[in-house]
Design a protein. Sequence first.
Length: 272
Amino acid sequence: MNWFESLLLGLLQGLTEYLPISSSGHLAIASSLFGIDGEQNLAFTVLVHVATVLSTLVILWKEIVWILRDLFTRQSWKSYDNLNEGTRYAINIIISMIPVGIVGVFFKDKIEAVFGSGTTVVGYCLLVTAALLTFSYYAKPRQREQISGWHAFIIGIAQAVAVLPGISRSGSTIATGIMLGNKKERLAQFSFLMVIPPILGEALLDMKDLVEAGAGASGSEAGIGVLAIGFIAAFLSGCAACKWMISIVRKGKLIWFGAYCALAGILTLIFL
């Protein structure tokens, strides 16, 4: 991997992690076009994932401070309803992590073995993402003020399905939340905060694979400078995409991303 490929893949990771068009799918397509073996660039994968998490922390720092402040505020823990809003929000995030945690720990390797990670499965999964975004655009459910624990779990299932390359993590979670009747203004924020632990967990698993492979050439073909370019590109594009996506969800413009995913999926199946 050279510096230009690192820059492009870093920008792609940061943008597509938050825009509902699937970061894993686009990275698989780009890697295929560049002839890059992702398994041989684990250090790069770890760094760009950490960069996107860092961009979330920067853009949503006020919300994170609010949650932490409420968590450590004195309150009654006798029932869920007695808890303050920030604590309930944190509990919902934990609930949403259960499905993806189970899939990531026990079934991720089996899923990858069955479905693979090539461009064919990416193409079909992009079409699924397009369908989800389209359904959510035309859905007209009641707008709920608060995301319930049950809805958080269902949204978490949508996130677990997004382990398939081409299924957008943000797209599937936001679309599912909209179809359940939750307010768009809250969904983007919840979607981005709930992915922080899974992304970090995925990075830790990749880091374990990197250690097992050794820190030499088998673990990463990119030098420190090339890795730094990818990290910075992913962080800056992640900041821009995170902020942009929150505005887009509020305006309800997800249908255009659905059209893009449909076109990208069809072109991938035809040409790759």
